[in-house]
Design a protein. Structure first.
Length: 289
């Protein structure tokens, strides 16, 4: 499943080609989506919240999509063969005079009032890559020096090209949610719980815990949560600002390969409650329980 960094990197690319432009085509191949109403509208911005992508239009509506396991967005010239004869797997086509954005195998698609986005996402925890999730110790530095890229919402600036409004209120909320959780719950399982802090998946579970030398099965109460969230967020930002080269895998997907730190063969096991297990890659030596 794509993680928050993948979705935000895609949203940034879509924003660069769509924002400020008028849609001349808006095909939504989804049963509950309206057959008309978005053609002729100007795209204000393309944003992301964790694994949800939000296309905001000038008439106060938003198109929400979710990539789920297989979804991907392709950006092609409007007159290309791919745009003129789209595959049946294309669930959405949003096109300007020059550029077509094709959403393949999307897992969710809705059109809703932009003002209702918060209601739609209310069940989720704060987005780890949000401008509002800046770690408190870095907040003053981030406001003084945008080149630190502590808020990666857009390489050229914040929404609409303006500098992002940085805040630590969601950072503090995320830590508070971990503090309120059952402190005996395994940290690996907790990192996948999108109601605590959203945007992390199995990749950053593995990479974040490997960097901290923490077992996925260690109880929350024995983990330095602020340090874990800050380091994981920074790793994800590196990926967003230089995707996909910025992704560095020291643990995820490396089962049977030597640990980069100690040489022990990496392992994988399942974390999470029954029927919701997910793989956790780890070093049995560096990350002893």
């Amino acid at each position: 499943m794509p993680e928050g960094d993948t979705v935000l990197a895609a949203a940034n690319n879509l924003h660069r080609v769509l924002a400020g432009n008028t849609l001349v085509r808006g095909d939504l191949n989804w049963p509950s989506a309206p057959a008309q109403g978005i053609v002729g509208r100007r795209v204000i911005e393309v944003d992301a919240y964790a694994k949800h992508m939000l296309f905001r239009l000038d008439n106060g509506t938003s198109v929400r999509t979710h990539l789920r396991m297989e979804g991907v967005w392709s950006i092609v010239p409007a007159q290309s063969r791919e745009a003129r004869r789209p595959s049946p797997h294309v669930r959405a086509q949003l096109a300007t005079e020059t550029t077509a954005c094709l959403g393949y195998w999307l897992g969710m698609l809705d059109v809703l009032p932009t003002a209702k986005e918060a209601d739609l996402l209310a069940h989720m925890g704060p987005d780890i890559l949000s401008d509002r999730f800046v770690p408190t110790p870095f907040l003053s530095r981030a406001r003084l020096d945008p080149t630190l890229r502590i808020a990666p919402r857009r390489a050229s600036g914040g929404l609409g090209g303006n500098p992002p409004e940085l805040s630590d209120d969601w950072w503090r909320l995320g830590i508070a949610r971990y503090e309120a959780e059952d402190q005996s719950r395994p940290i690996g399982e907790s990192m996948l719980d999108q109601t605590l802090v959203s945007g992390m998946g199995t990749i950053y579970l593995a990479e974040g815990l490997f960097a901290m030398k923490v077992s996925p099965w260690r109880p929350i109460g024995e983990v330095d949560i602020p340090r874990l969230l800050a380091s994981t967020r920074q790793n994800m930002i590196r990926s967003v600002t230089d995707y996909p080269r910025g992704r560095r895998h020291h643990a995820h997907g490396r089962v049977g390969e030597p640990c980069h730190a100690c040489g022990t063969l990496m392992k994988v096991a399942q974390v999470g409650p029954p029927l919701k297990e997910r793989p956790a890659f780890y070093c049995p030596r560096c990350q002893e329980k």
